[in-house]
Design a protein around this ligand. Structure first.
Ligand code: ADP
Ligand code: CIR
Length: 355
């Protein structure tokens, strides 16, 4: 059972949230009833409701405000997680994630063959290694284990996927900043992850693997155990997706990842559940983005999420936007990619017509 100290903090946090003008999903879905149902509970890892919501309590400007402290939290605190998952992914309590289906990789081509709009394309997915919890519950030993397991598998890849692993520990600040600026490496010190207790023992276990051309990259122990991604300049979604499918299949031969019958691949943040796929383009749509309210409505229509040029919680610079599929759960891998592909195709058409 949760300790009196945790109960006090939950009550104080709930009061603070209720009196705030936060518009996070946490604020909207953590009702008194949900709080009372969840506040005493603990997972077998010892995680409480507080561990799941402290990021949203500290960062009132969160969009979501919750993280699963360990894989069991989705079930133990389902009264809070289910409505959030339902609203974000349009995935009901009775729905089930379809089995993995990468689809016909050959069906996708280049979104922008003349190179007028799309600067680059990236697809990423997240994986959790079986037998380990998420960040807040991980020991320093866990971080090191995952790093060495990941490193072994990645170093065994061949052909286009062969590359080098660089641990964050010992990486010079210059190299780190250049990799971040070039969109290859995760940023450091995200306050949402910080408050979620995701930075313990930093930089132990964290690092990046990439092939020679930096078209295939893997992050170890950032927000998730593994973030596997492929990217390249231009709009050739087919090539980028194809490479991701090959890479994930190769890695999956050697590591077992955590899946749930209902929620698919389990991740730290509920927005990433299911396929965990975020397929994005960096794109310039100067006419459409002149009116941000209209632009958002249009993006919504195609189930696309708008981020800034430096990723989550960043602003747009030089008129460059990051547009990606918003939903990742309740559809297949191929459907995720297709949502981005079809949506961007329509946006480019609309941009051309509006000029
Ligand atoms: P994630 O995509 O893993 O959820 P972020 O939104 O923080 O995390 O993005 C991580 C990095 O990937 C950022 O530097 C972001 O600019 C970069 N990125 C995302 N999409 C693209 C793209 N299509 N081309 C180039 N870089 C991209
Ligand atoms: C928020 O609620 O705004 C943050 N916790 C981020 C939510 C989604 N992004 C993510 O998983 N990186």
């Amino acid at each position: 059972k949760a300790s009196p100290e945790v109960l006090n903090q939950l009550e104080a946090g709930f009061a603070k949230l209720s009196n705030s003008d936060s518009v996070s999903m946490l604020k909207r879905f953590l009702t008194r009833e949900v709080l009372d149902k969840c506040k005493q509970k603990k997972t077998s890892f010892g995680s409480t409701l507080l561990d799941c919501i402290q990021s949203g309590l500290e960062n009132l400007d969160s969009g979501i405000g919750v993280y699963a402290a360990d894989p069991e939290c989705y079930e133990v605190f389902n009264e809070l997680f289910d409505p959030i998952i339902e609203e974000y992914h349009n995935f009901k309590k009775t729905d089930k994630q379809p089995t993995t289906d990468w689809g016909n990789v050959g069906l996708l081509g280049n979104l922008d063959p003349k190179g007028e709009f799309v600067l680059s394309t990236r697809v990423r997915c997240c994986r959790t290694i079986k037998g380990y919890p998420f960040n807040p519950c991980m020991t320093e030993e866990n971080y090191k284990d995952i790093e060495s397991q990941g490193q072994n598998v990645l170093n065994s890849l061949s052909g286009e996927l062969s590359g080098t692993y660089i641990p964050l520990k010992g990486m010079s600040k210059d190299v780190q900043q250049t990799l971040i600026n070039d969109h290859y490496l995760f940023k450091e010190g995200d306050r949402f992850l910080q408050a979620a207790n995701a930075f313990r023992y930093w930089p132990a276990g964290r690092g990046i693997f990439f092939n020679k051309n930096k078209t295939f990259l893997v992050w170890l122990c950032e927000e998730d155990h593994l973030r596997i991604m492929t990217m390249q300049p231009g709009g050739n979604v087919g090539d980028v997706y194809n490479r991701l499918v090959t890479a994930v299949n190769e890695i999956q031969k050697k590591i077992t990842f955590v899946t749930d019958r209902r929620l698919g691949y389990l991740t730290f943040c509920p927005t990433n559940l299911g396929t965990t796929i975020r397929a994005s383009v960096h794109i310039k749509l100067p006419t459409l983005s002149k009116n941000m309210d209209q632009f958002k409505i249009l993006a919504d229509k195609y189930h696309l999420q708008i981020r800034g040029g430096a990723g989550e919680h960043s602003d747009s610079a030089d008129g460059i936007y990051d547009l990606s599929n918003k939903r990742r759960l309740g559809l297949t891998e191929f459907q995720c990619i297709k949502q981005m592909y079809d949506g961007i195709t329509e946006l480019i058409k609309t941009e051309k017509a509006a000029k």
